[in-house]
Design a binder for this molecule. Sequence first.
Ligand code: GTP
Ligand code: MG
Length: 309
Amino acid sequence: MKFLASLTDRLRDGLRRSHEFLGGQLDELFASERPIDDSLFEELEELLIAADLGVLVAEDFKHRAREEVMFGTVTRADQLRPLFRRFIADTLRPAAQGLRLEHQPAVILMLGVNGSGKTTTSAKLAAQLKAAGRHVLLAAADTFRAAAIEQLEEWGRRVGVEVIRQESGSDPAAVAFDAVRAATARRADALIVDTAGRLHTKSNLMDELAKLTRVVARQMPGAPHESLMVLDATTGQNGLSQARLFHQGIGLTGLCLTKLDGTAKGGIVLRIHRELGLPIKLVGVGERVEDLQTFDADRFAEALVPVDQ
Ligand SMILES: Nc1nc2c(ncn2[C@@H]2O[C@H](COP(=O)(O)OP(=O)(O)OP(=O)(O)O)[C@@H](O)[C@H]2O)c(=O)[nH]1
Ligand SMILES: [Mg+2]
């Protein structure tokens, strides 16, 4: 995924709002010269949980901080700030993984609830793979709405990538089947399948998506090579339960976190990774084609906990 590397400079810009993550009391605590004691640890844990990090991550950080206190490397609250940044980077480093694109064609399913950014992310990824010299096809497997197919076709025209489609209302699994066949026949390097998103509580959507996945797997052993959940980072806690349901229902290979440019809720990223153990393959930091990047744990940590404050 080298072709995305040159774009990572945009991450800092894109994550502007994430600087607000360390808002209010947490920021105050990390600026104070209070000595570290049990009451400070308690306060810290509450603030971390309030920042969407969840109990497990809050405890992990407390352990790390206690170790440093034991070694005498940290004695005051303000010294926890750089430690917290390092902790975030260390926690998320194993999550930063590239897409599996070795197979020809690599079949990539884009899954997620509606409005999360599946169609946009599919188009951005198609455009970037194409720019890297790969032959890409898109598949319009969100057949519930005619407008969804049109939206993907519009993107296809804009980024110069062919879209495999059927009539609206047709079986999404049949569209995927056709698209895999077309991608194989045309020796495409990658096939990106855009799917429908409805409320995750509607089990029939999950059934449809599971069926689509089974059909693809039967047609091409080893496929889908990626089943990515596109997750709107601004949804905070809800994102975790959505990801859990999709992971249980379909089996995910990774996450694409979108709208990181518009949220101060970046803490949820740590929680999702800690609790589901899923890699974070891509991040969306804006609406333009170039606003899709590979996940970089160090940059993300720097954005959440800026150095110069
Ligand atoms: N700011 C910002 N907006 C984004 C990002 N990704 C997607 N969007 C916007 O989010 C909105 C929904 O995106 P779609 O790609 O249509 O979402 P979807 O998951 O396909 O939605 P459905 O087809 O209804 O299920 C659009 O207005 C996108 O431009 C991002 O990274 N940052
Ligand atoms: Mg869509």
